[in-house]
Design a protein around this ligand. Structure first.
Ligand code: F6R
Length: 241
């Protein structure tokens, strides 16, 4: 694993955006696995800026998002699809036909998971997967205690994830209780993994995930078994390692 130490959130975002843009420049038709949440916002802002300057071209890129809330409409401002549209897709020249995210409106859970696994397989596999880190060690919506050998599946969110996500909703009761997520196996099949972490609140889980035992109780710890992981963290997030 490579660890890059950034000064702060914007430095972390720029370093991570550099790694992603190198991937796109080296392989213009690459497949990027993308994440939502507060960690990647700065990365997307930076990529948009470079796109507007003409330094990066997304026209051949395919994107595959990690996860989406279940039971939420595509236009709901809380959906991850909406988040991605607002914060990235609509600002760059990504072909809408090459954008992929689980369909949260699908009630046939198994069918949707099978469809999404086919999307990943038929893309030729993810070249670089961007990941944020949940404070309980989750990656995607793979919560502590889940099996490592899962592909896309529908999960019930833990109380701590509901608690962490309620900041985006008016009332805690509005936070969806289920989500579609790429599984640990799908994530581990990405050729390269880029983890970003910012702030002292992530320091404990960064240490546990990358320097503690590999255990389903800390889903991100499985990344220690991947042969091409890069962690970009800022001073706060790396303060315990
Ligand atoms: C988002 C996702 C989550 C987040 C994690 C960290 O698509 O899958 O695993 O990456 O919850 O969230 P932030 O970045 O908001 O701290």
């Amino acid at each position: 694993m490579r660890i890059y130490r950034a000064l702060n959130y914007s430095d972390m975002s720029r370093k991570a955006a550099n790694i992603l843009s190198a991937q796109v420049i080296l392989k213009p038709h690459c497949v990027l696995g993308l994440a939502t949440g507060s960690s990647p916002l700065g990365v997307y802002r930076q990529l948009i800026e470079w796109y507007k300057k003409g330094d990066i071209d997304f026209s051949e890129v395919t994107t595959i998002n990690l996860d989406e809330y279940a039971g939420i409409s595509k236009d709901d401002p809380h959906s991850y699809r909406y988040f991605m549209k607002e914060n990235f897709w609509s600002h760059v020249n990504i072909d809408p036909d090459r954008i992929n995210i689980p369909d949260g409106t699908q009630t046939e859970e198994e069918d949707e998971c099978i469809r999404y696994d086919r999307v990943i397989a038929s893309s030729g596999g993810i070249d670089m997967q961007l990941l944020g880190l949940g404070r309980n060690g989750h990656i995607g919506f793979n919560e502590p205690g889940g099996a490592f050998d899962k592909d896309t599946h529908c999960v019930s969110l833990t109380e701590s994830t509901i608690e962490a996500n309620k900041r985006f909703f008016e009332r805690e009761d509005d936070v969806p209780r289920k989500a579609y997520t790429m599984g640990i196996r799908s994530i581990m099949q990405a050729r390269r993994i880029l983890v970003i972490a910012s702030g002292a609140r992530k320091a404990g889980i960064v240490r546990e995930a990358f320097f503690g035992p590999v255990t389903p109780m800390v889903p991100a710890s499985v990344l220690q078994l991947h042969n091409n992981v890069t962690l970009v963290g800022d001073e706060g997030a790396l303060s315990m390692i």
